[in-house]
Design a protein around this ligand. Structure first.
Ligand SMILES: Nc1ncnc2c1ncn2[C@@H]1O[C@H](COP(=O)(O)OP(=O)(O)OP(=O)(O)O)[C@@H](O)[C@H]1O
Length: 369
């Protein structure tokens, strides 16, 4: 409720801006229309006068005068009507220009355009001396000669204090950014040599925000499969694997139920399990779960964790999390600090070590539930 006055203020400001733009637009349109109409009547009056003078002098016949009058009035009328369209024409010109600019944009970034190999995405996932800083902050390195190996089929948690670079690691695995130095590979294949579409088909990401569309549950699950249509049986198989089939069939419209804008018609836990179903509908060997339980209550979290327990079998799974319960279900925990992996091991071994991990775990930054 404390946000209400702030939001109301923002709304009032936006509405006032709309009003003043609308009033100015209406004034210009009204003036244009007035001038255009006045021009027609002025032209008629002037022509009658000049025509009458010329007829009196015998220069024009009556027929010539009427012909000239019609011609001029017709031209002025068309011109004035076009003037009334000026605003719409200006808007269309700008819209066409914007559309052309959009069409001219490269579909792939320079780095995305590189890499043509479409190998099988399997094997150990290795970061070798990876350093990286965001292009907008070249002086602030996020990863600093970071090296780590995640074995094929292993489930690891990547943890660390807020802002240490966990989501950046996930972004680099999808080639949203390239390392400044060092290399990332899966099996024997370096990511930078891999076709970006192919890579993203095989690296599924479930994020904190339910990235679902305002469409049916079926369409949201099937969206995970690029290039071909999924059969009903495949959609159901993915939903069963994600533990969400029973919930779906309990709805009156089943798989045809619309999830609403921002998945507003279903709970956070159900939305996350649909995201996982979408991920499982793809041939993804690598599953990245980026804070996917952070916004959930304990009941929803436990349902999602049950789903993940099944989903991680046979996949290399990376969990980015602030929750101790999530860390505990992983085979290994990698602790990132100052852009490198500082500690790694099981939850128990790291707690016994009393290093960075145990300090963070006992420091209250992470949630136990
Ligand atoms: N697009 C970006 N441009 C510039 N800097 C960024 C960008 N995204 C993240 N950063 C910065 O990079 C650092 C690492 O961010 P990242 O999101 O990877 O951290 P994180 O460990 O996932 O944090 P959290 O636990 O809070 O989600 C932070 O200092 C952040 O401010």
């Amino acid at each position: 409720m404390a946000l209400e006055p702030v939001l109301q203020g923002q709304f009032d400001k936006a509405a006032a801006q709309c009003l003043s733009t609308g009033v100015r637009g209406a004034f210009v349109e009204g003036c244009t229309y007035g001038v255009a109409s006045a021009l027609i009547y002025l032209a008629e009056a002037l022509l009658f006068y000049v025509g009458a003078v010329l007829m009196a002098r015998g220069t024009y016949t009556y027929l010539q005068m009427v012909q000239t009058l019609n011609l001029v009035v017709f031209t002025v009328t068309i011109g004035s009507q076009l003037m009334a369209f000026t605003q719409k024409i200006a808007k269309s010109v700008q819209a066409t220009k914007d559309l052309n600019d959009l069409l001219k944009l490269n579909v792939d970034s320079t780095s995305e355009a590189q890499g043509v190999l479409r190998p099988r995405i399997e094997g150990d996932l290795v970061f070798s001396d990876v350093s990286f800083s965001y292009p907008s902050r070249p002086g602030a390195p996020v990863l600093n000669n970071l090296s780590m190996r995640i074995e094929d089929g292993e489930c690891v948690a990547i943890v660390g204090s807020s802002g240490c670079g966990k989501s950046t690691i996930a972004a680099m695995l999808q080639r949203l950014y390239e390392p400044d130095s060092g290399a990332i590979s899966i099996g024997t294949n370096e990511l930078r040599a891999t076709d970006v579409q192919h890579l993203r088909e095989h690296v599924a990401v479930v994020s904190q925000n339910p990235n679902l569309f305002d469409a049916s549950i079926r369409e949201n699950i099937a969206y995970g499969r690029v290039g071909d249509d999924m059969t009903e049986a495949e959609v159901v198989r993915a939903a069963k694997a994600a533990n969400v089939h029973d919930f779906i069939v309990s709805l009156p419209q089943g798989y045809d139920t619309l999830v609403g804008e921002n998945a507003s018609l279903i709970s956070g836990g159900q939305a996350q399990r649909l995201q996982i179903a979408r991920a499982l509908a793809r041939p993804a060997k690598v599953l990245i779960l980026d804070e996917c339980t952070s916004a959930l209550d304990p009941a929803n979290q436990s349902a999602v964790l049950d789903t993940i327990r099944g989903a991680k079998v046979g996949r290399t799974t990376i969990m980015i999390t602030h929750k101790l319960a999530v860390m505990q279900m992983c085979d290994r925990i990698l602790v990132v600090e100052d852009g490198e992996v500082r500690e790694q091991g099981t939850y128990e071994s790291l707690m016994e070590r009393k290093g960075v991990f145990s300090k963070l775990a006992n420091g209250g930054e992470w949630m136990s539930e």
